[in-house]
Every structure is written in structure tokens, then in C-alpha cells.
Design a protein around this ligand. Structure first.
Ligand code: F6R
Length: 244
């Protein structure tokens, strides 16, 4: 695993964006696995700035997102579909036909999960997967559990996640109780994984995930077994790592 440490959010976002920009430069028709949440917003802003300077061409890029709330439509401003358009897709020259998220309004959750897993295979798999990490160690919406989920599925959100994400909604009651997520197995199939962690609130869970036991109780801990992980963190998030 490579660890990249940044001093503040600006540098953190620039470093993460540089890795994605390099991926697109090396393989213009690459598949980017993307995440939402507060952590990658600066990274997407940086990508947009570089696009505007003529440094990145998204025209052949394909994207697949990690997850989507079940029950929220594309027009809902809390859906991840809406988020991705707002922060990235509407601001660069990406072909929207090549941007993919689970359909939060699909009537049959099993069928939708199967469709999404198959789609990822059909587009050739993910070249680089961006992940955040939840306070409880989740990646995507793979919550702490007794097993590592292999494929895309519809999950019940953990109370800790509802609590953490209520800041985006009017109240905790408005947070959807279910979401689609790539499985841990789906995420691990990504050729490269870039995990982004920002702020002291992530320090304990990051240490648990990367320095502790590999256990489905801390889903991100599986990344210790992936051969090509880049951990991008700021000084506070990485403060529990030995060389910090
Ligand atoms: C979002 C996602 C989640 C977040 C995680 C951290 O697509 O997959 O796992 O990455 O909950 O969220 P933030 O960045 O808001 O701390």
C-alpha cells in the first residue's frame, strides 16, 4: 500500500485529483469507480479545474459509482445520481451515457443488483476505484457484518451510517433505510483502489482498518489484501499511523 499524506484539504484534493488525472492520461477510455460523500468533493472540483484548463479529456471515460440510496429518484437532490451530476458530470465533457449508478427507483432490488454487477463486468471492470471510509469502517455501503459481501446488493443501512449521513437531510427520519452498494468483492476486483480519508474523525477507524485485523466487522480492512491500494489522507486522518 502506498500512503500519500497531505497537509490540508486543498492539498489532499489536489493529490487525489492528480492520481485520477494520471489514470485518464494513461488510458483515455478507462473506467473510474467513483464515490460520493463530503470527502471527494474537493477532488471533483480539482478535476473540473484541470478540465477547464484543457488538461483532462473525459470524452472516452466511463464511470461506475459505488452506491445509491434505494427509494430516491434522480431528481432528488440527496440521490447520488444528483450529486455526481452536480459535482462532476455536468461540469466536464463526459458522455452521460457512460456514467452509471444503481437505479434507486428500480422496483426489484435483486434484479437491479444483478444488473449493476453484470454491467461492471461488461464494461471491463474498474481501473481505479475511489472509496471513502465510513466512521464504522464501511466502504461503499458495505456495513459491518459477519461476512464480506461478494457482489452488488441492496443493504439495510447501519444506525451509525444513518446518524452520520443525516447531516445531508432535514432529519434522520428522512435518510433512506436501504441502499444499493457494490459488494466488498466487487470493490476488490478494481485494478487499483484509492481510499480517501480526511480529518481527525477518520483517524481511529483508518488505523483499525489498515493496522488491525482483517474482519467483516471493519469492511475496509479487506483492502489490506488488495495488491494496489493508494491511501490518500491528511495529517489528522493519518495521525495514528506509525510514521506520522
Ligand atoms: C459514498 C460512500 C461512502 C462514503 C463514506 C464516507 O459513495 O461510498 O462509503 O465514502 O460514508 O463519507 P464522507 O466522505 O461523507 O465522510
Amino acid at each position: 500500500m502506498r500512503i500519500i499524506k497531505a497537509k490540508d484539504y486543498d492539498e489532499f484534493s489536489k493529490k487525489a485529483a492528480s492520481i485520477l488525472a494520471a489514470q485518464i492520461a494513461l488510458k483515455p477510455d478507462c473506467v473510474l469507480g467513483l464515490a460520493t460523500g463530503s470527502t471527494p468533493i474537493g477532488t471533483y472540483d480539482q478535476l473540473v479545474e484541470r478540465y477547464e484548463r484543457g488538461e483532462i479529456d473525459f470524452s472516452q471515460v466511463t464511470t461506475v459509482n459505488l452506491d445509491e440510496y434505494r427509494g430516491l429518484g434522480k431528481e432528488n437532490d440527496q440521490s447520488y445520481y444528483y450529486f455526481m451530476n452536480k459535482y462532476l458530470f455536468d461540469r466536464v465533457n463526459i458522455d452521460k451515457q457512460r456514467t452509471h449508478l444503481p437505479d434507486g427507483m428500480a422496483p426489484d432490488s435483486e434484479k437491479e443488483s444483478e444488473r449493476y454487477e453484470k454491467l461492471i463486468e461488461e464494461i471491463g471492470g474498474v481501473d481505479i476505484q475511489v472509496c471513502g471510509i465510513g466512521n464504522n469502517g464501511h466502504i461503499g455501503f458495505c456495513e459491518p457484518s459477519s461476512i464480506f459481501e461478494k457482489v452488488t446488493l441492496c443493504v439495510d443501512l447501519a444506525e451509525a451510517t444513518i446518524e452520520a449521513n443525516k447531516r445531508f437531510f432535514e432529519s434522520a427520519d428522512d435518510v433512506p433505510r436501504q441502499a444499493y452498494t457494490m459488494g466488498v468483492g466487487t470493490i476488490m476486483k478494481g485494478k487499483k483502489i484509492m481510499l480517501l480519508a480526511y480529518g481527525e474523525g477518520k483517524a481511529d477507524i483508518l488505523a483499525k482498518a489498515f493496522l488491525g485485523d482483517i474482519t467483516p466487522e471493519v469492511p475496509a480492512s479487506i483492502l489490506q489484501l488488495h495488491p494496489d491500494v493508494i491511501l490518500v489522507g491528511d495529517e489528522a486522518a493519518l495521525s495514528k499511523f506509525p510514521d506520522s
